[in-house]
Design a protein around this ligand. Structure first.
Ligand code: ARG
Ligand code: ZN
Length: 844
């Protein structure tokens, strides 16, 4: 059932201390709890309710007196005193059969937990809500060599260990791990001299894949001290890698648990992109120690309070340790592909949602990525110094508390004296604002006229104007900057801004660095776009002009059957061959807009996207590009080969990504000769998999695909890539059959989310393959979602978003998708997770 932000009430009882004892056993783990409750002075209610799901209650007592609570499948109620008291309970749980991967479960013989958001209630009876914070003491009994929980170890012996976490925390940050694990140890000394032991715990086979993650952790710890003044607060920090995990990773206090794909890396098995992502996720989880753990959320509607801010912080970190321009460009590519799609369809919701059925369905690109954009806009509006002061005040004022977005904005208001009432709409209003711009030049004055409009979203018909920070620079027609970047602050539906004293009409560069998450509609001709591509001083907009040009060229090819525009091919060739530019940046200019992005753009401009036509146009344009660059490609490919031992640093990774984008084009011309040579010589995964991709894509991949499997069959994470690659690199008419065949492979295992996503994530992202006109892609995915739902509702619900844009397509496809959605919806005993998601997709 649906719950609403406006219905928030404080808990009737608070908790001071929690003592837990776990007697581990795969099918029958016993959990004993001893919890000190006290009445909450801020609540009038004395109803004692504690959450509990999938628990067998063995006994319960209040202040030592056995009691018989009223138990439902959601929790229990009991008569409790209007004074402090001790609650004790013993429950039995079944980690072995817990395939939902929430609460305590088993993965490859090890015990592990995932409690965020509401998994702790599958471990024991408890007020499982983030505004109840307590200190935890944990005893683990189990016949396994490594027994871990939060905080510091206090005692241990043969088959048992005790842990104490001195920092009060909500139950969602609880964690326990037990298994036959090896550690990769290191240490870090904080600015104030605390020596912290660091460990990455893994299964014995993976011990050689920890070094990079450890370096990333130490870098993150240092960065948070230097940039935010935040030090670590325990003597120990543990990270554990787990194979079966619904999400990326989890910031449990002092005991972060990671999907093994988000921490394990070696040059032979992980790509440059994997390394970069691992570094960012380790940073993200570490940064949560302050933005999430020390200061947490009052309720789950405030999820963006910790996630938006922490994503923003990890993106700052990556910009600092790698390339700022490249990071910004790739973040915006991701935002547009995933968040814009969400914000412009049936699943649109505010950054701070005001209602939900299942909170797990709101760990979305809107909460995370748009949430981070909102923090970035706030920083741009108040300035860097005020942002730093506001953050200091936030940490000082709210340390140890569970707070709200109102509290967060108040520190900015108190620091700057600004009224952030209108800014609050970024948190409460769903949908991507459209920003249109026109310009005038008269009497040495240049004027930019903006209009904003946000289309209706489910449940929000009418939108109010937002505060939009628009970063603008002006160039002269010969490419000099006459106006360096200024931030225009738009607050009204229509607003004009003047630039005086200009001797000639300038060329505007608008929304530099993508200063707001909006769709900019600008009536620019392609000459101007090509000019900005060559001359803009803002690297983000330089690439964006190229992208806008490509979108326009592709749109004309798709809707009017136009030929590839030579102007675009020339402009692109200029960037590609400009050896003064950062190779990673050049590779981004090389890339075409994704087919998903093109479908969005077509729909937005009043066309019905035809997946096949979109696919064909991108092929034709890529082929034309390859032919235009015939002379240059072999030279660029050769010039950017990296000599010497592999390093995942941004420098060498940039050379590889450029050489490999050249290889993709070259493979269209040379029958994959170079790709085969690269495959045969590769000594790292980046080179190996890029070559494999070319071979597969251009139908020369059968032998390499088999060889790759034989080489890597023992390595789960590499085999995940093997599954995904085969689907991603098919021709559209082969995608579904390939995915289907892979589900019959002996190594396919739907219980493992990484493996399921490898096949079906790749299918869902293969735009033309998934949207085959006969509906085979829809049918195959729906079949498997129906199979997966009883096993793992959370992952099922998440994957069902593949259908979210169904109303964008032609009637035939719409009918086919609707039928599949309805078939899922009518499945007996469908989970609440999937029911909510599919219901919203159908109705919105
Ligand atoms: N807090 C984690 C992170 O973003 C995400 C965990 C979400 N898990 C879930 N089952 N909803 O770092
Ligand atoms: Zn997070």
């Amino acid at each position: 059932q649906k719950i609403y932000l406006k219905d928030y009430t404080p808990p009737a009882y608070l908790v001071d201390t929690v003592h837990l004892t776990f007697k581990l056993s795969p099918n029958a783990t016993r959990v004993n709890s001893k919890i000190r409750f006290r009445p909450n002075p801020d609540s009038d209610s004395r109803d004692f309710f504690v959450h509990g799901e999938h628990l067998t209650l063995i006994r319960a007592a209040i202040d030592g007196q056995e009691c018989s609570p009223v138990v439902t499948d959601k929790g229990l109620t009991a008569q409790a005193p209007d004074a402090p008291f001790t609650w004790e309970a013993e429950v039995e749980i079944n980690p072995q059969d817990n395939t939902a991967l929430e609460g305590l479960y088993m993965s490859n013989g090890m015990y592990c937990t995932q409690c965020e958001a509401e998994g702790f209630r599958r471990i024991t009876y408890y007020p499982d809500r983030p505004d109840v914070m307590a200190t935890f003491t944990v005893r683990i009994e189990g016949d396994l060599p490594v027994l871990l929980s939060n905080g510091n170890p206090t005692a241990s012996g043969d088959g048992w260990a005790e842990w104490h976490d001195p920092w009060p925390k909500p139950s969602y940050l609880f964690a326990l791990v037990a298994g036959d694990l090896r550690n990769h140890p290191d240490s870090f000394t904080t600015k104030s001299g605390r020596k912290v032991d660091l460990n990455i715990w893994v299964r014995p086979d993976d011990i050689d894949k920890c070094a990079f993650g450890m370096e990333a952790l130490k870098k993150s710890m240092k960065w948070d001290e230097d940039v935010y003044g935040r030090e670590y607060d325990l003597d120990l920090f543990n990270i554990v890698a787990v194979d079966d995990f619904n999400m990326g990773a989890m910031e449990n206090k002092g005991l972060n648990i990671f999907n093994s794909s988000c921490v394990l890396a070696s040059p032979e098995t992980a790509t440059d992109a994997n390394f970069e992502r691992i570094e960012a996720i380790i940073a993200h989880e570490y940064f949560h120690n302050w933005t999430g753990n020390r200061i947490t959320c009052r309720d789950w509607f405030q999820l963006c309070l910790k996630e938006g801010l922490t994503v923003y912080r990890d993106s700052q970190f990556t910009s600092d340790v790698r390339s700022r321009a490249v990071k910004r460009i790739s973040d915006v590519d991701g935002l547009r592909a995933v968040q814009f799609r969400e914000d412009n369809g049936p699943l649109a919701h505010p950054v701070r949602p005001d209602s939900f059925v299942e909170i797990n369905n709101f760990y979305t690109a809107t909460v995370y990525e748009k949430g981070a954009e909102v923090v970035g806009m706030l920083k741009r509006l108040v300035g860097d110094d005020a942002y730093a002061q506001a953050l200091d005040l936030y940490f000082e004022r709210h340390d140890g508390q569970a707070v709200t977005i109102e509290d967060w904005l108040k520190v900015f208001e108190d620091t700057t004296g600004r009224d952030l009432g209108q800014f609050m709409r970024w948190y409460s209003q769903a949908g991507t604002p459209r920003l249109t711009v026109t310009d005038d030049f008269k009497d040495s004055t240049y004027t930019l006229n903006f209009k904003q409009y946000t289309p209706p979203t489910p449940g929000q018909d009418v939108k109010q104007p937002q505060v939009i920070p628009i970063a603008v620079g002006l160039l002269t027609p010969n490419g000099d900057e006459v106006q360096e970047t200024v931030v225009l602050e738009m607050t009204k539906p229509e607003q004009s801004f003047e630039f005086k004293g200009l001797s000639s009409r300038p060329v505007p560069s608008i929304l530099r660095e993508f200063s707001a998450p909006v769709i900019l509609e600008q009536d620019t001709d392609n000459e101007t776009r090509a000019f900005l591509m060559a001359h803009d001083t803002d690297p983000f907009n330089r690439r964006e002009s190229g992208n806008a040009l490509a979108r326009d060229v592709l749109r004309r090819m798709i809707t009017d059957g136009a030929a590839p525009d030579p102007m675009y091919l020339e402009a692109k060739a200029k960037i590609l061959t400009d050896e003064a530019l950062d190779p990673a940046f050049r590779a981004l200019v090389m890339s075409l807009p994704t087919q998903e992005e093109l479908a969005q753009m077509l729909f937005d401009t009043g066309h019905t996207p035809d997946p096949e036509a979109i696919f064909n146009a991108t092929q034709t344009l890529a082929q034309a590009s390859a032919e235009r660059l015939k002379q240059d490609l072999p030279r660029i490919y050769a010039a950017h080969q990296v000599k010497g031992p592999y390093s995942p640093d941004a420098g060498p990774a940039g050379h590889r990504v450029l050489a490999n984008s050249a290889l993709w084009l070259l493979s269209r011309l040379d029958g994959c000769k170079q790709a085969q040579a690269q495959y045969d010589a590769a000594d790292n995964m980046t080179q190996q998999i890029s070559a494999l991709g070319c071979l597969q894509y251009f139908d020369h991949g059968a032998d390499a695909t088999q060889a790759f499997y034989d080489q890597w069959r023992h390595d789960r994470l590499v085999i995940d890539k093997w599954f995904a690659m085969q689907v991603s690199n098919t021709r559209p008419d082969q995608t579904v059959a390939t995915a289907q065949a892979l589900t019959e492979h002996a190594d396919f295992d739907m219980k493992n989310p990484n493996r399921f996503r490898a096949v079906f994530g790749a299918l869902a992202w293969h735009h033309a393959g998934f949207h085959q006109a006969d509906g085979a892609g829809y049918r195959l995915l729906a079949d498997w979602l129906i199979k997966l739902d009883p096993v793992n509702p959370q992952t099922t619900a998440r994957m069902s978003t593949a259908f979210q844009s169904w109303r964008r397509y032609d009637e035939g496809r719409q009918a086919l998708m609707r039928a599949e959605l309805e078939r899922i919806m009518s499945t007996p005993d469908l989970s609440g997770d999937t029911g909510e998601m599919v219901g919203r997709i159908l109705e919105g």
